[in-house]
Design a protein around this ligand. Structure first.
Ligand SMILES: [Zn+2]
Length: 123
């Protein structure tokens, strides 16, 4: 139920922000979810919509941008796409390493974020 807790956090943020800005109705919400977050995007949006029901954000459009994984290799200085031992990044056992020198001494620069990018509301 990881998706549920993320969704309720996002919902709280959205409603709080809308209230602070005297929003009457939330029109759309934009999220950025990294492909390394292991989150099921459909489930996250499903729960957000469920939790919005009965609030000023009911029927809000939810847009999700998937953020590709980017790594920086500390061994050879490579920066860019990571290489995974599995096709599917959302697997819990996916290990990233450097595609150039195969080192696992990497820093993940992108792909782990789950951000609330933008909220559109009417006043
Ligand atoms: Zn490397």
């Amino acid at each position: 139920m990881h998706e549920f807790s993320i969704a309720s956090e996002i919902v709280n943020h959205v409603l709080e922000a809308a209230q602070k800005n005297q929003g009457k109705k939330v029109l759309s919400v934009q999220l950025e979810i990294g492909e390394l977050t292991l989150l099921n995007v459909e489930q996250v949006t499903f729960w957000i919509q469920e939790l919005f029901k009965g609030s000023i954000a009911e029927n809000t459009k939810i847009k999700v941008r998937r953020i590709k994984a980017r790594i920086a290799c500390e061994a050879c200085g490579y920066r860019g796409k990571g290489r995974s031992n599995q096709e599917d990044f959302s697997s819990h056992f996916a290990l990233l390493n450097c595609p150039r020198c195969k080192s696992f001494q990497i820093k993940i620069e992108k792909g782990q974020e789950c951000l609330l990018k933008r909220i559109q509301a009417t006043r």
